[in-house]
Design a protein around this ligand. Structure first.
Ligand SMILES: [Zn+2]
Length: 188
C-alpha cells in the first residue's frame, strides 16, 4: 500500500509540474510535430494499403530503404540516400508536397501500392530523387508495373499529375518499364 501511495504522489507531482509549465513544456517534449514532413511521414506509415520494397535493385542498404526514409522523417531526421547513388549516402529532407501526394494516392484515389524508392537507389546524376521530391512505385493494386501485367499504371500516373507532380514517367519511357516515377516541382 505504501508503494502505491508513493507512486500516486509521484505521478501527481509530475502532472502538477507539467501543468504549471504549460504549453511551452508540451512543445519542447514534441518538437517533431512542428514539421509537416514528419507529420505526413507518420501518417503514411500508419496508412494500410501502402507498402515498401525491402531491397534496392542494385545493392543492399537497409538505412536507405523507403520505409526507413519515412521512419527517419517521422523522427525529425532527414532521409538517407544510398552510398552508390549520386548523393553518396548523404541525408536529404523529403518534400512535404510529395508526401502529401503519396498519402492522397491512397486516401483520395484509393490505390494500394508499393513504394520502391524515395531517396535511396541509383538514378540519373541530377535526379530529383536526391532532393526528396520523387516517389517510385513498382506495384499498383497488387500488380507489378509493366505494359502487360494489368497494373493500372496510366491512371495512377494521371493521379500523380492531378496531385501536383510535374514529371511523371512509366512503362514506355526509358528505364521505366517496371516502375512509375512521380516527381514534384521545386519551390522556386
Ligand atoms: Zn524514379
Amino acid at each position: 500500500m505504501r508503494h502505491t501511495r508513493l507512486s500516486t504522489t509521484a505521478i501527481a507531482t509530475a502532472a502538477a509540474i507539467a501543468l504549471a509549465a504549460g504549453p511551452a513544456a508540451a512543445h519542447t517534449t514534441q518538437p517533431r510535430t512542428s514539421s509537416a514532413a514528419a507529420r505526413l511521414a507518420r501518417e503514411i506509415l500508419n496508412t494500410k494499403g501502402i507498402s515498401y520494397a525491402t531491397a534496392h535493385v542494385e545493392h543492399q542498404d537497409a538505412a536507405s530503404l523507403p520505409r526507413q526514409n519515412l521512419l527517419d522523417t517521422a523522427n525529425g531526421r532527414p532521409a538517407k540516400t544510398s552510398p552508390w547513388g549520386h548523393a553518396h549516402g548523404a541525408r536529404v529532407g523529403l518534400d512535404p508536397r510529395m508526401l502529401n501526394g503519396v498519402l492522397k494516392l491512397r486516401n483520395q484515389y484509393h490505390y494500394t501500392f508499393t513504394i520502391s524508392e524515395f531517396v535511396g537507389g541509383r538514378h540519373s546524376p541530377n535526379s530529383a530523387h536526391y532532393k526528396g521530391r520523387v516517389v517510385d512505385v513498382n506495384y499498383i493494386n497488387g500488380k507489378h508495373v509493366g505494359k502487360r501485367t494489368g497494373a493500372p499504371y496510366r491512371a495512377f500516373m494521371a493521379a500523380c499529375r492531378n496531385l501536383g507532380a510535374n514529371l511523371v514517367l512509366g512503362p514506355g519511357d526509358a528505364n521505366h518499364d517496371t516502375h512509375v516515377h512521380c516527381q514534384w516541382p521545386t519551390h522556386h
